[in-house]
Ligand binder design. Sequence first.
Ligand code: NAG
Ligand code: NAG
Length: 111
Amino acid sequence: MDKFLLLLLLLGVFPLVIFRAQATVCMVCNLFKRGYCLTGKGNCTMKQGPGCRTRNFFIFTERDGWLYNHTELDCSHYCTATHMYYLSLKISTYCCKGQDFCNRDQGKIVK
Ligand SMILES: *[C@@H]1O[C@H](CO)[C@@H](O)[C@H](O)[C@H]1NC(C)=O
Ligand SMILES: *[C@@H]1O[C@H](CO)[C@@H](O)[C@H](O)[C@H]1NC(C)=O
């Protein structure tokens, strides 16, 4: 009987532990530049999947081509690494998980 109770307890507790271990705290920022958050700083938590998102914004100019403008950090349930072009705007998206605030590091890449 004791073993049975112990088993029940383990079954109940282990999924919780694993569930918690997978959660990643991501940085949220509306305007991130050179490693600093200028506006809209916060955090969000992703419980599963590569949901910490980094979006680097580039603007096209006739003279200099694609120039880095700023970075936005948040959580996304459907995060996929992409390079999207909207006329003279380019948005490069990166996703990460497993390390708290991992999306902050990709925002440091200036190019
Ligand atoms: C996330 O933000 C809240 C306030 O919005 C703060 O209390 C908490 O400490 C932050 N979590 C981490 C891990 O920084
Ligand atoms: C470029 O960055 C500035 C802040 O330095 C921001 O106000 C502006 O909205 C950004 N432009 C685009 C197209 O995202």
